[in-house]
Design a protein around this ligand. Structure first.
Ligand SMILES: *[C@@H]1O[C@H](CO)[C@@H](O)[C@H](O)[C@H]1NC(C)=O
Ligand SMILES: *[C@@H]1O[C@H](CO)[C@@H](O)[C@H](O)[C@H]1NC(C)=O
Ligand SMILES: *[C@@H]1O[C@H](CO)[C@@H](O)[C@H](O)[C@H]1NC(C)=O
Ligand SMILES: *[C@@H]1O[C@H](CO)[C@@H](O)[C@H](O)[C@H]1NC(C)=O
Ligand SMILES: *[C@@H]1O[C@H](CO)[C@@H](O)[C@H](O)[C@H]1NC(C)=O
Ligand SMILES: *[C@@H]1O[C@H](CO)[C@@H](O)[C@H](O)[C@H]1NC(C)=O
Ligand SMILES: *[C@@H]1O[C@H](CO)[C@@H](O)[C@H](O)[C@H]1NC(C)=O
Ligand SMILES: *[C@@H]1O[C@H](CO)[C@@H](O)[C@H](O)[C@H]1NC(C)=O
Ligand SMILES: [Cu+2]
Length: 647
């Protein structure tokens, strides 16, 4: 939940690699380590090298235009390297943010533009590590720790982003909160309350230390340890060492699906150019051009001075790919999994590797894909068990672990799941029994001397669906109850469909109203004359309950609706805007949508927010069992018939 990570562990897994020699089989392939090194070299030997304190905050493929990608993939050249490789780089130096485009084909800087708007680029890992170390060089901090009777060698501090609360912002800053590591392997279970350190990230100095003494005691470490009762899944009994998928670079082929798996520091896994083979038509048909997590918003419901600013945007402030952990075989992924490494640039611009950042495996769900028993003359069963293909990544953002799955079904469905696990952010209290609590609290007692503060998780997905081509429409189907006439029945329901004409008509708050949502291609029909489409099957709905003019809500205004549809624009990908650290809500999904562009029979993008209102409970301690929510994109009149049944 916080814009920091388990710094020590991460440093251990980051190794540098320069020996990669892959060619580009796909225009959307992520930057490889050679390219990242080349970018670093181009920038550090350019006019930018004279900037004081030069740091790389964002290094990513500058995505080619969709029409060029589609053209390339449908030409004979598809197996050759895509020739036009460009990178988008954001560096800071001399107190300024530079947006740079690097042409990787001829090794030159195409443009360099100083960004002057609100907000800052993601914090670098180097900055976070440096900030976390600052207190240990402060005699005031050491003194405060000693006066609390704590051992300085047992303390770990983590930087939290601080948001924006209406002030005019002049510099980048974070607040450190500290935890006691001694006697437990669960550092987040031992918060040291009443000690906040404000750090100026630009000068890398402590601005102030705020100490509230004697308010609470440090909770006991008993029962906080994280031990597993079983060490792993073990070998699976079913002999499924035969993989029926192939990985060629970043291209995956499995059964009737083919797609591309990318990775970057900001979004983590990116699924692109997804097509499904239609055996009836004997052709590949397009479904999802590009899908990934766009932003997360995690506001805590505690307005006190030490907690009010905890309103995190992990993707934009820090990065989900940046927080990707190396997956552990047989715990994170089953024995039949294949793995892909992830690469990104560090604060110094040099390539860093996350080994086994993504796993891909066939999932024998144990469910029935379809079945029927014919009982008329004789009993005859037919059916199939379900086998899906999963692409998985885990982002550990400080105390929380997000398990992120894209699951492909042979029926044409894509299921997207978000699992929450890890350790809660806790607030120490002197109370040990729920009935001692008389005053208003910001979260229930979940263990002795610990409260689990209430909070939300909003995970917003960018879904550029291109159902059978770019031009699609967004259709809502509402169920209307009608009175029956001339019938023994008194009522029935019927479906009323409405196509959204503009972006204004495509913002939805789900809940009471029964509504089904589809992306259809109005230019393509089945033989029966229905428009081909995909349905968005939503999970448990949750929208932000903060008032509209609350500062964190201004920054996350898009969380007031779960569903948005916007006109496609390559540069509109990050729901809270590109510069999220200390942003003021001047960029992002809500702003784009209010342009009220036409979205009927146009290239459009669907945005869906998976939400959790988290009111913690005792089972969330010492680590919470995975809690899952998500959505499904399901074909509706896309195929002529159920694609699982051979004709
Ligand atoms: C590209 O390579 C794949 C795998 O090697 C092969 O099956 C396919 O026919 C090739 N396509 C073209 C257009 O050469
Ligand atoms: C990058 O450089 C190459 C070689 O000079 C050139 O052909 C290409 O047009 C450049 N790309 C862009 C986007 O300017
Ligand atoms: C690279 O290509 C760009 C765009 O075509 C051009 O402006 C620039 O001069 C080229 N640089 C070099 C070093 O060739
Ligand atoms: C810690 O403080 C000492 C003395 O003021 C200084 O020499 C040293 O550079 C500081 N170290 C860091 C990491 O700031
Ligand atoms: C502080 O912690 C260190 C490392 O665990 C230990 O060696 C030392 O004895 C501790 N000091 C006190 C005063 O507890
Ligand atoms: C893999 O598939 C082949 C051919 O279908 C079969 O002969 C073999 O037993 C399978 N191996 C496992 C471990 O399932
Ligand atoms: C695309 O989006 C960017 C950012 O919102 C905007 O500046 C630009 O004008 C848009 N382009 C078009 C063609 O609408
Ligand atoms: C959005 O555009 C539609 C169609 O032009 C119009 O009817 C509607 O009033 C517009 N909404 C706003 C808020 O301007
Ligand atoms: Cu939670």
């Amino acid at each position: 939940m916080e814009t920091f990570m388990n710094i020590l562990i991460t440093i251990l897994v980051l190794t540098f690699q320069f020996l990669f020699t892959g060619s580009h089989h796909h225009p959307l392939d992520p930057l490889n380590p050679n390219e990242i090194s080349k970018i670093q070299q181009i920038i550090t030997t350019s006019h930018l090298s004279s900037l004081p304190n030069l740091n790389f905050h964002f290094v990513d493929l500058d995505e080619p235009d969709k029409k060029d990608v589609i053209k390339w993939l449908s030409s004979e050249k598809q197996n050759q390297s895509f020739p036009h490789r460009q990178a988008k780089v954001v560096v800071r130096g001399g107190g300024k943010t530079h947006e740079i485009i690097v042409n990787l084909t001829n090794g030159s800087i195409t443009s360099d533009h100083v960004y002057k708007g609100d907000g800052y680029p993601p914090l670098t890992l180097t900055e976070l590590v440096q900030a976390a170390r600052l207190p240990f060089n402060s005699s005031k901090f050491k003194d405060l720790v000693a006066r609390r009777g704590l051992n300085i060698s047992g303390i770990t501090c983590f930087p939290f982003t601080i948001g924006w609360f209406g002030e005019s912002i002049t510099r980048r800053a974070v607040k450190l909160s500290c935890f006691y590591r001694e006697r437990t392997n669960n550092v987040f279970s031992m918060p040291i309350e009443g000690l906040t350190i404000l750090v100026n990230i630009e000068s890398m100095q402590i601005t102030s230390i705020i100490s509230k003494r004697g308010k609470t005691t440090l909770p006991e470490a008993d029962g906080t340890q994280l031990f597993s009762s079983v060490s792993s899944f073990g070998e699976r009994p079913d002999p499924i060492n035969n993989r029926s998928f192939t990985i060629n670079g970043h291209n995956i082929n499995w059964k009737n699906w083919r797609f591309h798996v990318g990775f970057n520091a900001r979004a983590g896994v990116i699924i692109s150019t997804t097509s499904i083979f239609d055996s009836g038509k004997q052709e590949w048909r397009r479904v999802l051009y590009r899908g990934h997590i766009s932003e997360t918003f995690v506001p805590y419901m505690d307005p006190s001075s030490e907690w009010y600013y905890r309103t995190f945007f992990d993707v934009g402030e820090f990065g989900f790919g940046r927080s990707a952990v190396s997956l552990v075989p047989l715990i994170d992924c089953p024995s039949n999994a294949a793995y892909l490494d992830g690469y990104m640039a560090g604060g110094d611009g040099l390539p860093q590797k996350v080994p086994r950042a993504i796993c891909i495996f066939e999932r024998y769900t144990g469910d029935i894909a379809w079945r029927h028993t014919e009982v008329n003359w004789y009993s005859r069963e037919s059916g199939e068990s379900e086998v899906n293909l999963v692409v998985r990544m885990v982002a550990t953002v400080g105390n929380y672990d997000y398990i992120l799955d894209w699951e492909f079904k042979q029926t044409g469905s894509i299921k997207v799941k978000v699992g929450l696990s890890g350790v809660l952010e806790m607030k120490p209290t002197t109370q040990t029994k729920a009935d001692q609590i008389k005053e208003e609290t910001y979260g229930p007692l979940i263990a002795e001397n610990r409260r689990g503060n209430n909070h939300d998780h909003f995970i917003t997905y960018y879904l550029d669906l291109d159902i059978d081509g770019e031009d699609n429409s967004f259709v809502q189907a509402n169920l209307q109850v009608k009175k029956a006439k001339a019938s023994p029945r008194k009522s029935y329901w019927t479906v009323v469909k409405e196509t959204a004409k503009t972006e204004d008509e495509a913002r939805l708050r789900l809940g009471m109203k029964v509504s089904e949502m589809f992306l259809v291609n109005p230019n393509k029909k089945t033989k029966l004359g229905n428009n081909v489409g995909y349905q968005l099957m939503t999970g448990q709905p949750a929208v932000s309950l903060l008032v509209d003019d609350d500062f964190p809500q201004i920054r996350a205004s898009y969380t007031k609706y779960q569903v948005w549809v916007t006109a496609y624009n390559k540069s509109e990908r990050w729901a809270a805007g590109f510069y999220v650290d200390r942003s003021t809500g001047k960029d992002g999904l809500a702003i784009w949508s209010h342009r009220n562009r036409s979205i009927m029979n146009k290239d459009i993008v669907l945005w869906y927010t998976v939400g959790f209102h988290h009111n913690p409970c005792q089972e969330d301690f010492p680590a919470m069992a995975t809690l899952t929510n998500g959505f499904e994109l399901r074909p509706v009149n896309f195929f002529e018939r159920n694609p699982l049944l051979k004709s």
